[in-house]
Design a protein around this ligand. Structure first.
Ligand SMILES: CC(C)(COP(=O)(O)OP(=O)(O)OC[C@H]1O[C@@H](n2cnc3c(N)ncnc32)[C@H](O)[C@@H]1OP(=O)(O)O)[C@@H](O)C(=O)NCCC(=O)NCCS
Length: 154
């Protein structure tokens, strides 16, 4: 999509990013979205590995998508001997979907990970999120596994 530019997120994107993040992760309180965005943008977040927050912006300056990626020490199906780029969050506003913005965000994240020496990129999505699964497959990602995760407080 010619009019959409992908660039690193900036402090002034925070308000719009909270809205997009809340649409992707509605169970997370708005204050938590704000502090996680600020942590990533300032580099002061509690993250052991490098992170990147990319945004997709229209010519008019509207932020209509974002992608958060980091490095993980390992990911299912990937070479366990070296860090892997990982897509932690990926979202495009409904009105701008199927126009190539999501692909541009992923390409920029892959370039970021490559620049840090990664040779693989990984991601995940909810088991019933068929559109996301199709989009991953369309962008060259292979499905590795399907699982249900659990937790127990100790
Ligand atoms: C997943 C998502 C980010 C894709 O964004 P997008 O801007 O629509 O993606 P693009 O238009 O760049 O499409 C990328 C590729 O995926 C394909 N694709 C995208 N949505 C698709 C769908 N619903 N069904 C089938 N293929 C799809 C496109 O055809 C394109 O493939 P192509 O390059 O071969 O044409 C967007 O649908 C979204 O925000 N979904 C809700 C949140 C979500 O599920 N996020 C991922 C889990 S964290």
């Amino acid at each position: 999509m010619a009019g959409i530019v992908v660039r690193p997120g900036r402090q002034e994107d925070c308000r719009q990013l909270i809205g997009l993040r809340a649409a992707l992760w509605p169970d997370c309180p708005l204050e938590e979205h704000r502090s996680e965005i600020e942590g990533q943008l300032s580099g002061a977040g509690p993250y052991p590995f490098p992170t990147v927050l990319l945004v997709a912006e229209t010519e008019g300056g509207e932020v209509v998508g974002f992608l958060e990626a980091d490095l993980r020490s390992h990911a299912d199906g990937c070479d366990a001997t070296c860090p892997v780029g990982y897509i932690e969050g990926w979202f495009v506003s409904e009105a701008y979907r199927r126009l190539g913005a999501g692909a541009k965000l992923v390409a920029a994240a892959e370039q970021w990970a490559r620049g840090l020496g990664c040779v693989e990129m990984a991601s995940d999505t909810w088991i019933a999120n068929e559109p996301s699964i199709r989009a991953h497959l369309a962008l060259g990602y292979d499905e590795v596994d399907r699982c249900v995760t659990f937790r127990k407080k100790l």
